[in-house]
Design a protein. Sequence first.
Length: 409
Amino acid sequence: MALIVQKYGGSSVADVEKIKNVARRVVESAGGNQLVVVVSAMGKATDGLVNLATRISNSPDPREMDMLLATGEQITIALLAMALHGLGFKARSFTGPQVGMRTDTAHTKARITRINAERARAALEAGEIVVVAGFQGLSEVDEITTLGRGGSDLTAVALAAALKADVCEIYTDVDGVYTADPNIVPDARKLPRIAYDEMLEMASLGAKVLQARSVEFAKKYGVPVHVRSTFKPVPGTLVTREERDMEEVVVTGVTHDWSQAKISILRVPDRPGIAAQVFGAIAETNIVVDMIVQNISRDGYTDMSFTLPRSDYGRAVGALQDIGRKVGAQGVVHDERVAKVSIVGVGMRSHSGVASQMFAALAREGINIQMISTSEIAVSCVIEDKYAELAVRALHDTFALGREREATV
Ligand code: ADP
Ligand code: ASP
Ligand code: MG
């Protein structure tokens, strides 16, 4: 008997018919196995809740935001449990707090601190299908928290680790992880396997098929993750430990993130402690900055630029007006609409010249690069957001990631 954790995302449970379809998929895998099923809010329900909040307040209180957002998933678990009952199966729904998901107190982006999985274990032992609300938990001071957008993936992976599940299956509207977002690049190719590190980079750099923190968790606890389709019974993509042959492929995937913004602080005095002051002020607002570039110093002054999620842009600009004055900066300029395109692959560790090929491909399309950053297995460029799709397709072609490659190997 295997213990399987399955997660169904918003588009898989978008309406009543889809919930019934998920119930049928769940019972197909039930035969003799123990099942934990994590679900997201129906369709775009979470976006709808965010929208309601912003119509009431420009800066909703984070605690109340979590109180609101956690309601989305609670609807789905009850409906799915009812649908499973209708098929003659024993099932019981649990909210995040009920299933022992404990987190820190960082509302709207809480981290899991521990899981008391006794209740889930007892229900499984009693032969019940355990239906869990994704994306939510209970903080150490007993407040309802949420785990960041896309956080149901994390709920599933964390439960799989806590229960020592045999596999964590992520069911979604695509049938696996592709060389690029298949909704943008029509000839993107499905990857049969991908290494945790590559998946983590791709997720962090914008491939929202898995939440980045869920991949980090899966890697840390060695949880095998299988990304697959809710609607088509075909094998998907296995996210696993790195295997030797993976290094032979230089670029595995191309990602884009067009929900970025860029802020530059002009002519700040070039002396020790200034960067710490600037980024300390940003960190205090719980905003995670991404790329940071500091220019060469001229006459004792320098410029600093960084990127951040567009959703945090307003708050960051606010925080910087104050700090800019304090450190004696000449001014702050911002661009609310930039995109980041990236290439990712563990093979980059042992191959050179990849970055320059990327820059040449963007140049051929006349796309100007505003910022560059590299890691061991990724190269990213910040560009004007209207060129993001064009850039992704050009890079996908340049590194021959399309379907035809399979035919020529
Ligand atoms: P769910 O609601 O099931 O959690 P998401 O919308 O969060 O689903 O993630 C699935 C989406 O991720 C796909 O519809 C696809 O557009 C997008 N995506 C982005 N990059 C990739 C990629 N490299 N491979 C597969 N899907 C990707
Ligand atoms: N419903 C949440 C969101 O839309 C969590 C998830 O779907 O994973 O972000
Ligand atoms: Mg998702």
